[in-house]
Design a protein around this ligand. Structure first.
Ligand code: DQA
Length: 151
């Protein structure tokens, strides 16, 4: 049976702790692209596609949770999230995302499966629509392209 086509219109991109210093932070692991450049690229792609995109970064778990809860009240219909270190620790962020019931893609710049063993565990992957890990800044772009593709 063909499912009804559904077009995403309002995307929220969330960045967890320490991603504000991308570009300067262990560039051999995370690359030299800054967060501003990543966000700008996503904004441009969203604009071209005629959809709205909001970005939010915080080093604080509570602020990320508050922003996710706000997505239940505004018109957000898709989330792209790099939970950064909270990937491996935060039941609270996982629960916040689950509460929204919104589809989301989990993105990591580095390949978390090829690093320390504590990074192999994610509190998000089983809830995510999909996971992109190890493709650097390009991973966000691919996630956005998937979100924009009609399904
Ligand atoms: C990360 C991987 C995490 O293990 C790490 O704590 C980060 C960034 C990534 O994008 O590769 O801060 O999510």
């Amino acid at each position: 049976m063909k499912t009804k086509e559904y077009q995403v219109k309002n995307i929220l991109v969330l960045h967890g702790p320490n991603l504000n210093v991308l570009g300067r932070r262990e560039p051999e692991v995370y690359g030299s692209t800054t967060l501003e450049e990543i966000n700008e690229n996503l904004m441009n792609l969203a604009k071209e596609a005629g959809i709205s995109l909001a970005t939010f970064q915080s080093n604080a778990e509570s602020e990320l949770i508050n922003r996710i809860q706000r997505a239940m009240e505004d018109d957000t219909d898709f989330i792209i999230i790099n939970p950064a270190a909270y990937t491996h620790t935060s039941v609270a962020l996982r629960d916040a995302l689950a509460a929204t019931r919104l589809p989301f893609i989990e993105v990591h710049l580095s390949n978390i499966f090829a690093r320390e063993s504590f990074r192999k565990e994610s509190y998000f992957s089983d809830l995510a629509l999909g996971v992109i890990s190890g493709l650097g800044a390009k991973g966000y772009e691919l996630a956005l392209k998937y979100a924009l593709a009609p399904r």
